[in-house]
Design a binder for this molecule. Structure first.
Ligand SMILES: Nc1ncnc2c1ncn2[C@@H]1O[C@H](COP(=O)(O)OP(=O)(O)OP(=O)(O)O)[C@@H](O)[C@H]1O
Ligand SMILES: Cc1ncsc1CCO
Length: 511
């Protein structure tokens, strides 16, 4: 923690002369200068093993370089050295001080480091990993203060946008910056690395400040949205999906794999049900979307889920998460929490039991993969959860609720026959992923500074309307006698559905 005013903390370099970190072709002072040219906004000199004389020497020379670029310099831990070289401040590591205490004790213009966000190579972790979502909760405690906060621990180019996106409180309090060691000090080209980091920071800030609510709202529906504009938007997206035929990569459960692949084909997507971790990076390069459904979770298929989601974020692809049965066991709960701390979902869908478990609410119980109740105020629930998880939330049931944290849409189509076959929720996940893939294919203009291309809110609504309206049409057929004949008829009706059918049949309410 340091006390200083008017400092831009956004790209905060913490130095290291550890030969295990520095790339062999680069000299420490060269790296520092290149990093400053590349856009570092503040430097903290950290020396692990140097004696006082050597520390002063390194600090003095580093300050000369920082002064040339008018970038403030802080010294780690050593007030004497900070005073000796005329540094702008000192970083005093108050290791275990809780943020609530820091909030009370810290002087004006202080800064706290929140971490570790990710694992890190630079030190043995003394702080537990708080995870990106954990940073958001800590930032909330700093609401109403002028204490600045930077995220520390394992932040790097590959996870920077995900870190910035996720590390925002539900009250919309963002980070002031990120502290980075090895991703800069160990880079082959530290200047290029810092330029890339600065660009991401700037683009995120612009996207964040240009949005009336929050930068995670990946939606094109304007403030003039209406049930009509939604219906027409969905109709257009149906055409886009059939024309663009996006790859819909699904890691799903063994109960529903075939019917999920078939419903994906019916709505216009191209399914691939690949689970092996080694394939995830390549698959993420194709345009389309990813669905992760934990219905038959095993320790073996977890690695693929972590990797697939990570690469989906890197490529700004829609990621739909279906936390099937998350309330049923501790294993599922722990795993979903870890998955959501690692990657950012674009849409999370679940029934009341699943979403209550995810939110840590005891209001609705789960009965295995089914829900045993409903929320008293589902509108408030989905809105709050969307804000906390920083994505679109779909709560399924007789009425489906969709929220982006700002708006809530109620969708009242569907038939009770959907509750009489297994995997209707899972097929809904496939439909949502397919439509989000279509939305991404026309959403390039929404991608800058955001973690996903395209309008995920409309994608989620489209997936629900298509499946539920197809279910109504299937039940109305003479050849459908019960759940057994319903399933193939549902797939047929989804394949035959036209945009006009949505416009005629959609039952939409705006909350
Ligand atoms: N009784 C009903 N009336 C209308 N629609 C329904 C009904 N039951 C389910 N649905 C629709 O079915 C879709 C799936 O929702 P549901 O809540 O059944 O998922 P789920 O419990 O996750 O399913 P599963 O575990 O079988 O995959 C939603 O779009 C929902 O609107
Ligand atoms: C029945 C069932 N069990 C695990 S996944 C699944 C499919 C519906 O969610």
């Amino acid at each position: 923690m340091v006390a200083h005013s008017n400092i831009d903390y956004s790209l905060y370099l913490v130095t290291s002369r550890d030969t295990g970190i520095l790339s062999p072709s680069n000299d420490y002072f060269h790296i520092l200068e290149q990093a400053l040219i590349g856009g570092v906004t503040i430097v903290q000199i950290r020396e692990k093993d140097a004696d006082t004389g050597e520390f002063i020497e390194v600090a003095r020379k580093s300050k000369e370089i920082c002064d040339r670029y008018k970038v403030p310099i802080l010294i780690n831990d050593r007030i004497d050295i900070a005073l000796a070289i005329g540094a702008h401040g000192v970083h005093v590591g108050q290791k275990d001080m809780p943020v609530t205490t820091a909030r009370r004790l810290l002087p004006k213009n202080s800064i706290v480091g929140i971490g570790s966000v990710w694992g890190t190579r630079t030190k043995k972790l003394t702080n537990p990993i708080v995870g990106v979502r954990g940073v958001g909760s800590i930032l909330r405690i700093l609401d109403g203060t002028d204490i600045k906060a930077v995220a520390i621990g394992g932040v790097k180019r590959a996870n920077l946008l995900r870190t910035l996106h996720g590390a925002v409180s539900p009250t919309n309090h963002p980070l002031d910056g990120v502290a980075i060691v090895s991703d800069i000090m160990g880079a082959e080209d530290p200047r290029a690395r810092c330029e890339a980091l600065s660009t991401t920071l700037r683009e995120f800030r612009d996207a964040f400040s240009s949005s009336s609510t929050s930068a995670f709202r990946p939606s094109t529906l304007t403030d003039n949205w209406s049930t009509d504009s939604i219906k027409h938007g969905v109709g257009e997206l149906m055409q886009v999906l059939r024309a663009s035929n996006p790859l819909v990569h699904q890691i799903t459960n063994s109960v529903v794999t075939t019917q999920s692949a078939n419903i994906t084909l019916a709505v216009g997507g191209s399914p691939i049900m690949a689970t092996t971790p080694e394939e995830m990076e390549d698959l993420a390069k194709y345009p389309g979307a990813l669905l992760i459904n934990i219905g038959t979770l095993t320790t073996e298929n977890l690695d693929g889920m972590f990797k697939a989601g990570f690469f989906a974020n890197v490529n700004k692809k829609p990621l739909v998460c279906d936390p099937v049965g998350v309330g049923a066991t501790q294993f599922r709960k722990g795993t979903v929490s870890e998955l959501l701390s690692t990657w950012q979902a674009s849409v999370i869908k679940g029934n009341a039991g699943e979403l209550a478990a995810l939110a840590g609410s005891s209001e609705v119980d789960a009965k295995g993969v089914d829900s045993a109740g409903s929320f008293e105020d589902p509108i408030k629930f989905v809105k709050n959860l969307a804000r906390r998880e920083r994505c679109v939330i779909v709560l399924t049931g007789v009425t489906d609720y969709v929220s982006d944290g700002d708006r809530v849409v109620l969708l009242k189509n569907g038939h009770e026959m959907l509750g009489r076959i297994t995997g209707s929720g899972c097929m809904l996940g496939s439909c949502i992923a397919s439509f989000c893939g279509a939305a991404a294919s026309v959403g390039e203009d929404l991608a800058v500074g955001r973690l996903v291309r395209g309008d995920m809110f409309l994608g989620a609504i489209a997936g629900i309307l298509v499946l539920t309206i197809a279910s109504e049409r299937a039940v109305a057929r003479n050849d459908v006698k019960g759940p057994g004949t319903f399933l193939p008829a549902l797939i047929d009706e989804a394949a035959a559905l036209k945009p006009e059918d949505i416009i005629d049949a959609a039952k939409i309410e705006l909350a």
